[in-house]
Write a protein that binds this ligand. Structure first.
Ligand SMILES: [Ca+2]
Ligand SMILES: [Ca+2]
Length: 351
């Protein structure tokens, strides 16, 4: 055996391969006659089906040696086709499963996407509502700012007016016009009484019987200095109060010669026309002349012959006797007598 024959496969094997190739080509009817053709056959030209047949059957040599070997490659091809079909089916099955999985995943993604779209839509609606609310709040904020500014302007105006009023009040309180009020009030405690100390409150007025004596004109001047005037009898209650005051004083000071007290009644302008210091005349129902008064008596020592033109209350001997209120007597104005002043009581309105 030469080198070529040693490298090539045995003739029987080459022949089998050649025969198989002929069968595959449909030329199985042409027999292989010489070894030169065997040399032409390229082992690499053996197709995949033949390799598949070879791998599918482990006893190839045995079959080639038995008669009727022509049907064996066809059977191998069928087996290989079946195998390919099975493998293809399996692959297709896997592909179908994978496609189904992908389809399921796509559906889930679509659902998730739709859900996301819905959520986005809900969020957009909420954002729109929030924008509307924000605009409303901004409008309300602007209105509140305007209202606040208006309120602040009013407050500043009221504050300025209050400061001006306080300044005026401080000026008034510091003026002499209210010095009269300080007669009723303690400047330290700012507590005020209706009447000054020693004065008697009656019918929203205050009365004071002096413990000194003056003529009628000086007595009136003193009352005016006390921010009052000589007392005026407006009714029976006034008459009873003033007469009782002189009666009490007389009982307390029996040593004095004169206990009578001037009141604000006189007829200096026209004889027997008596006028009160407030300008009013004597009313018929407020008339409390003592018996036989007024008599305008002119004593011998009255060189001017002026007569009796000023009225005083002469205290009665007792206040239980009938007619004790009739205590008025006209007296010479120059005589020194006690006197009764009156002022308006300090009645402050309740806050
Ligand atoms: Ca007279
Ligand atoms: Ca008289």
């Amino acid at each position: 055996m030469d080198r070529r024959s040693a490298e090539q496969p045995p003739a029987t094997e080459v022949q089998q391969v050649a025969e198989t190739a002929v069968v595959m080509d449909g030329s199985a009817e042409t027999p292989v006659e010489n070894s030169s053709q065997e040399d032409v056959i390229d082992p690499q030209s053996i197709n995949v089906s033949e390799r598949c047949d070879e791998s599918a059957s482990g006893n190839q040599d045995q079959r080639e040696e038995t008669p009727g070997v022509i049907n064996i490659p066809r059977y191998r091809w069928q087996l290989c086709s079946i195998l390919i079909f099975i493998l293809s089916s399996i692959a297709i099955g896997f592909l179908v499963v994978e496609i189904k999985n992908q389809h399921s995943n796509n559906n889930k993604l679509k659902q998730l996407l739709n859900s996301s779209y819905q959520n986005v839509s809900i969020l957009e609606n909420e954002i729109l509502q929030l924008k509307v609310l924000l605009n409303e709040f901004q409008m309300e904020n602007k209105e509140l700012k305007v209202h606040l500014n208006s309120t602040l302007d009013k407050y500043n105006l009221i504050q300025a007016q209050l400061e001006e009023t306080n300044t005026k009040q401080h000026s008034i309180l510091s003026s002499n016009r209210l010095s009269f009020l300080w007669n009723f009030c303690n400047k330290d405690t700012l507590q005020c009484l209706s009447c000054m100390p020693g004065w008697v409150e009656h019918a929203s007025r205050c009365f004071l019987l002096s413990d000194i004596k003056k003529n009628w004109e000086d007595a009136r001047r003193d009352c005016l200095d006390k921010s009052g005037d000589l007392a005026v009898v407006l009714d029976a209650e006034d008459q009873a109060l003033l007469t009782n005051m002189t009666f009490q004083y007389k009982n307390m000071h029996p040593e004095e010669n004169f206990h009578s007290a001037w009141i604000g009644l006189q007829d200096m302008g026209k004889e027997n026309t008596f006028l009160w210091v407030n300008g009013n005349g004597v009313m018929a129902d407020v008339n409390y002349w003592n018996e036989n008064e007024p008599n305008n008596a002119i004593p011998f020592w009255d060189s001017d012959r002026a007569g009796q033109d000023c009225v005083a209350i002469v205290p009665p001997k007792n206040i239980e006797k009938e007619g004790w209120l009739n205590s008025w007597d006209d007296i010479i104005c120059g005589g020194r007598r006690h006197y009764i002043c009156e002022t308006t009581a300090l009645i402050l309105p309740r806050p």
